[in-house]
Design a protein around this ligand. Structure first.
Ligand SMILES: C[S@@+](CC[C@H](N)C(=O)[O-])C[C@H]1O[C@@H](n2cnc3c(N)ncnc32)[C@H](O)[C@@H]1O
Length: 231
């Protein structure tokens, strides 16, 4: 039996690979905004890799002391406090699955065609067990997915102040199946998506979706799958 990889470490290395891929697409490093940055670890990695990073979060409780090169915006990502045109790359890591469908579509419309890295959970197809207390899979405005109840045992104010990893405004978030999410990304202007499968840790039920518009290998909507060492 292969040993289980350390998931946070693996996630970090997948992020680094994704940044390298976008650098290749752009032909240079550039500016990025890290939406829902939380601990700001990904902004710090990007900064160390030569990118100009801006972190944004609606909460500041987990924000560390940041070096002066990393800017921080204290705001709701659904607001006009940031402008996609100011950045070469948008990061949406661990936060897309804390948005409802309306917010997700608004975000994709704002970022249309711009390099975008989404790291998100997805719902499994109907009948498959999931570990996140998702509701049943159903169709919502042409998408297939399930509802994720955010901190269901807390009232709204407690969720906002105490559930630091959760959504802010919306009590319920929308988790699509992987194929449905790929279709949505495609429909919003990204023909090319690079994905990652975590071997031996299928229970994470999540992937990076690295979205860009330059065809590097003809992979298209079906996505280029980065197959990690050992598979
Ligand atoms: C699960 S944590 C992810 C942190 C980090 N990006 C990561 O991937 O490890 C989700 C973060 O998104 C933030 N967040 C949730 N909804 C938000 C919103 N509408 N606007 C900005 N930040 C939000 C939370 O405050 C929290 O810091």
């Amino acid at each position: 039996m292969p040993q289980k990889p350390d998931y946070p470490l693996l996630r970090q290395s997948v992020f680094e690979q994704a940044l390298l891929l976008i650098e290749n697409v752009l032909g240079r490093k550039g500016t990025l905004i890290d939406l829902g940055a939380g601990h700001c670890g990904f902004s710090r990695i990007a900064n160390a890799m030569g990118w100009k990073a801006t972190a944004l979060d609606v909460r500041t409780a987990r924000r560390p002391d940041l070096p002066p090169e990393i800017a921080f915006i204290h705001a709701d990502l659904n607001s006009e406090a940031w402008n996609p045109d100011d950045y070469d790359l948008i990061l949406c890591l661990g936060v897309y699955y804390h948005l409802d469908q309306t917010m997700q579509h608004a975000l994709l419309r704002r970022c249309r065609g711009k390099p975008l890295i989404i790291d998100t959970h997805f719902a499994n197809p109907a009948g498959t067990i999931n570990g996140y207390g998702l509701g049943d899979v159903y169709e919502l405005n042409g998408e297939t997915g399930a509802d994720f109840k955010e901190a269901p045992d807390l009232d709204e104010n407690t969720r906002k102040s105490m559930a630091l990893l959760s959504s802010f405004i919306n009590p319920t978030s929308w988790w699509q199946t992987k194929d449905s999410l790929l279709q949505t990304i495609h429909d919003h202007g990204w023909p090319h998506v690079w994905m990652f499968d975590y071997p031996t840790i299928d229970e994470v039920q999540r992937s990076f979706f690295v979205c860009h518009t330059i065809d590097q290998n003809g992979g298209g909507i079906s996505g280029t799958r980065f197959v990690p060492f050992g598979r």
